[in-house]
Design a protein around this ligand. Structure first.
Ligand code: NAD
Ligand code: UDP
Length: 335
């Protein structure tokens, strides 16, 4: 029988890939989104499928629907977007979690939380295992996101402990791929857009900070595997690619793959920018029989191909588009 699956944040970068994959597997998919950073363009190709429904809704308000599973992804993920309205960001994580956990409780659905490596903050343990409690500043520019996601994890733990809700938590490490917004502000989309237009590549700080980049298809596989684990396994579990690069190495790799004439320029490092990040994926290997299959060069090539469309003259209105949709959703995004 078809499972009925709700994906909050389903019109975003990761959510749209997840909706597509869940439909391919024969499920009925309800994609719920307020279109703050996501877009109908990401899911328009799914609209003709009778088992797909797009719902405009904000997760800070309760929502009722009969489903078997919920993937809770609604939350802006790029620092420029989650810092745009920090009060709204923390409300999205905390009230969104309460509303979706309440729904899961009422309809007896399994629910998976898209948590983040940011719960480790600027880590003092490297690589980061799930047992590490993190080093997070509660009073900084990233706090609205980091602390919101940490509180959401606590809510998942407590709804299970108190109400026996069937919860799952994954901690996602930096993920990239097609359908990232070209103006998203995250490092992979910034560098590729800059490189293919031969503009300066903006490395923040000295570029010595590290990240471990996972291609989106590997993440989606990990999410689906986590959802289908035994009820007793609730995580949290790290989902990321453990191959670590400095940001400078990433810039050089993207220049090489795009044959770009771009120069690297150095800009100020944002506050609380973690110095290093790399997942320990021992638990995911053991419990999900999962590890990433797509390494950086292969994933970057696919992503570069996707971004090339935005440099063609007929499509280069993406900046205007992104500004106007943000204006049109500003009232909805008010705290
Ligand atoms: P994204 O910004 O592309 O997608 C987030 C989606 O949530 C968007 O479609 C947005 O419109 C929607 N949304 C935001 N606030 C909402 C609200 N109040 N109500 C309803 N919808 C709302 O980001 P993404 O990269 O696809 O991230 C998806 C999830 O994965 C997020 O929860 C994020 O924290 C988590 N995550 C992503 C990464 C990554 O590297 N991509 C890393 C760690 C965690
Ligand atoms: N970064 C950069 N140039 C950019 C965008 C980001 O050097 O144009 C750096 C950023 O300072 C951070 C890393 O790249 O150290 C990853 O940034 P991103 O915003 O993608 O994600 P984060 O892991 O910081 O949430």
């Amino acid at each position: 029988m078809r499972k009925r699956i709700l994906v909050t944040g389903g019109a975003g970068f990761v959510g749209s890939h997840l909706c597509e994959r869940l439909l391919i597997e024969g499920n009925e998919v309800y994609c719920l989104d307020n279109f703050f950073t996501g877009s109908k363009d990401n899911v328009v190709h799914l609209m003709a499928n009778p088992y797909f429904e797009l719902i405009r809704h904000d997760v800070i308000n309760p929502y009722h629907i009969e489903v078997d599973e919920i993937y809770n992804l609604a939350c802006p993920a790029s620092p420029i977007h989650y810092q745009y309205n920090p009060i709204k960001t923390i409300k999205t994580s905390v009230m969104g979690a309460i509303n979706m956990l309440g729904l899961a409780k009422r309809v007896n659905a399994k629910i998976l939380q898209a948590s983040t490596s940011e719960v480790y903050g600027n880590p003092l343990v490297h690589p980061q295992p799930e047992s590490y409690w993190g080093n997070v500043n509660p009073m900084g520019e990233r706090s609205c996101y980091d602390e919101g996601k940490r509180a959401a994890e606590t809510l998942f733990r407590d709804y299970h402990a108190q109400n026996n809700v069937k919860t799952k938590i994954i901690r996602i490490f930096n993920t990239y791929g097609p359908k990232m917004h070209p103006n998203d502000g995250r490092v992979v989309s910034n560098f590729i857009m800059q490189a293919i237009q031969n503009q300066d590549i903006t490395v923040y700080g000295k570029g010595k900070q590290t990240r471990s980049f996972q291609f989106v298809d590997d993440l989606v596989e990990g999410m689906i595997r986590m959802m289908s684990t035994a009820e007793s396994f609730r995580g949290p579990v790290n989902i990321g690619n453990p191959v670590e690069f400095t940001i400078l190495e990433l810039a050089e790799k993207i220049i090489e793959l795009t044959n770009s004439k771009s120069k690297i320029v150095f800009e100020e490092l944002p506050s609380d920018d973690p110095l290093m990040r790399k997942p320990d994926i021992t638990l995911a290997k053991k419990e999900l029989d999962w590890e990433p299959k797509i390494q950086l060069e292969e994933g970057l090539k696919k992503t570069i191909e996707y971004f090339k469309q935005f440099t063609e003259p007929k499509n280069n209105d993406y900046e205007e588009k992104s500004i106007s949709y943000r204006r049109s959703t500003d009232h909805e995004n008010a705290a």
